[in-house]
Design a protein around this ligand. Structure first.
Ligand code: DON
Length: 586
């Protein structure tokens, strides 16, 4: 039983018929044909004809992700007896095929999960700097940064962590791994039809695909892509088959690793075979804190996301936001001042905890939070210190997955290549994009990165170190029982979007759909500007400007995916309307 709020259908009839024929020819053993009845609707998953379902209430289990095929595949795994971890693995692998701008095997990310037995899991599969990386590798001989090198092409990539992360998650899963990866292989091998947004993005990035690649790849074609075209990725299918057969070694060793090393040599990159072999995902301790009746679980460093969300929630904990009114001048001004202070801390104190002591307890302590807000003035801005301003570009292509299974296991994963299609370099013969995550390091103290974030010593480049992230996969319990899974992409806007989602749902009692629809705002200390979405209330903007705030309208902020348990136990599941994001479940 679901309540669709918006349906878009992507199809190519010729291929739809072809696909049904294909299923008949291959018999029911075809990996995608086996995933039928994903929503209780009796429909099978057809990669040549699918619908974008934005929001629905499911009785048992659900997935919200950036692409309908990936959500459906995740939900199908749970229907076949898998749990939330099986769904998470299958969804991520499918996203690596159907959402190539951010779904990935060449990037990294974080998972926060809560098992029904009460165990909290924080998994760090963030990329690391190569053993050949060095602190000043992006500075010229005069000490000036060349941000092009940290953002584009071979030198921009860290050692990918996603496949190590997937195998670390697999410990909690139930189904055979081959079953979880089979749909991704089929989608890469036989193709799927692309959405209008995907076609637009592929066309917009064509020149860069050509610039940063010397080998042919699936993403460049002579005539422009259009909605309904089929994207086939044969090289990627072969890479996924090696992973299916050999596990993590199918990526970090053998043929795939050799193809990565060869790609590095062609493009003067520095990732070595040894770097790949040594990569390990890490288990961390999830951050947990209470907010009224809720317990919030977040990701600790090397992401700044969890700490920032915790600081922000604590900074507003005793303020009457409900009385101020939703997105009133008073509410937004308070939240902006909190954001400014949290981001100033990010720049100074946060980095990879294996290399830098992050004062986690202090930063989130009641006394420290009180001290940070001591100079808060509800009548005017507290100006950020003046340093060179960074612009926040809008190519924000991370991706978030929220999953809840029938037993109540909850999984929240944010994963990324950093910018859209990462470094835009496809590993020749292996068919996947490498990340441009090196740009998340502080290339030089005070120099803004792609997201305008600044940093210093804590986040300086060192071999083997993880670059500081803002990703904030989040889980909320109510009276210690499952309540909500949420998260979003968006670079530095991630923790502020999660903060707003938590405020919307936990304070303003909004539904998942309402929280997603609410116009977002963002302040990150530097630049000293409040960024707002185009539909942000005009009278609030006018009120803030009258107080002395600089406001800048920008494009959409984030792509939030939310699953929230209703009073009757059903899962209200909502995917962001800002992209092709979709929900599935049963
Ligand atoms: O780890 C981070 O904070 C960034 N690399 C995330 C990038 C991102 O969210 C881009 N997209 N939406």
């Amino acid at each position: 039983m679901y309540l669709p709020s918006c349906l878009t259908t992507i199809s190519k009839n010729r291929f739809s018929i072809f696909y049904i024929l294909l299923i008949v020819l291959l018999g029911l053993s075809h990996p995608l044909s086996a995933q039928n009845d994903w929503s209780g609707s009796g429909k099978s998953i057809d990669p040549f004809h699918y619908t974008i379902l934005k929001s629905a209430t499911f009785q048992h289990a659900s997935v919200a992700s950036a692409h309908p095929l990936a959500s459906m595949i995740g939900a199908a795994m749970m229907q076949k007896g898998g749990n939330a971890f099986d769904a998470a693995i299958a969804t991520q692998l499918a996203l690596a095929v159907v959402f190539p701008e951010a779904g990935n095997i060449g990037g990294g990310g974080f998972m926060v999960a809560r098992k029904t037995n009460g165990e909290n899991i924080a998994l760090d599969f963030r990329e690391t700097a190569s053993s050949k990386a060095s602190r000043d590798m992006y500075l010229d001989k005069n000490g000036n940064p060349d941000m092009h090198l940290s953002q584009d092409g071979h030198l921009a990539s860290g050692i990918p962590g996603s496949i190590a992360g997937i195998f670390a998650m697999y410990k909690y899963a139930k189904l055979p791994f081959q079953q979880l990866i089979a749909p991704a292989i089929a989608l890469a091998e036989h193709g799927f039809v692309i959405t209008a947004k995907e076609a637009h993005l592929l066309n917009a990035t064509k020149a860069e695909f050509i610039r940063y690649n010397t080998k042919p790849n699936a993403f460049v074609k002579a005539i422009p892509w259009k909605e309904g075209d089929t994207l086939i990725q044969k090289d990627l299918a072969k890479t996924l088959m090696r992973i299916s057969k050999n596990g993590a070694k199918g990526f970090y060793e053998g043929k795939t690793a050799q193809l990565i090393a060869a790609e590095m040599q062609r493009g003067k990159g520095i990732i070595t075979l040894d770097d790949l072999k040594k990569y390990k995902a890490d288990k961390r301790t999830a951050l947990t804190f209470n907010f009224n009746d809720f317990t919030i679980l977040g990701m600790p460093p090397p992401s700044s996301g969890g700490i920032i969300v915790e600081q922000l929630m604590k900074m507003i904990a005793h303020k009457p936001l409900l009385a101020y009114g939703f997105e009133s001048v008073k509410m937004v001004q308070l939240m902006v001042e909190a954001e400014r202070r949290a981001f100033a801390d990010r720049a100074a104190y946060m980095g990879d905890p294996d290399f830098w002591k992050v004062p986690l307890k202090t930063l989130t302590s009641v006394a420290y939070i009180a001290q940070r807000m001591a100079n808060y003035d509800s009548t005017k801005p507290t100006p950020s210190q003046q340093i060179k301003e960074g612009q926040i570009p809008e190519h924000e292509e991370t991706t978030h997955i929220s999953i809840m299974d029938a037993e109540g296991n909850m999984v929240s994963i944010t994963t990324t290549l950093n910018g859209w299609y990462g470094s835009r370099t496809v590993v020749g013969g292996a068919g996947f994009f490498l990340n441009n995550e090196m740009d998340d390091f502080s290339v030089k103290p005070g120099v803004p990165n792609m997201f305008g974030a600044v940093g210093g010593e804590a986040n300086a480049i060192q071999p083997g170190k993880r670059m500081l992230s803002s990703m904030a996969p989040t889980i909320v319990l109510k009276n210690n029982a499952p309540f909500m899974v949420c998260g979003t992409p968006g670079g530095t806007t991630i923790p502020t979007s999660v903060f707003q989602t938590l405020a919307d749902v936990l304070i303003f009692n909004m539904s998942a759909e309402q929280a997603i629809a609410a116009p977002k705002f963002h302040h990150q200390w530097l630049p000293d500007v409040i960024f707002v979405e185009p539909n942000f209330p005009k009278n609030t903007i006018a009120g803030l400007e009258a107080m002395g705030y600089a406001i800048q309208q920008r494009g959409p902020i984030g792509r939030t995916e939310i699953i929230k348990i209703l009073r009757n136990g059903a899962r209200e599941t909502a995917a962001d309307t800002r992209g092709d994001d979709a929900v599935a479940g049963f």
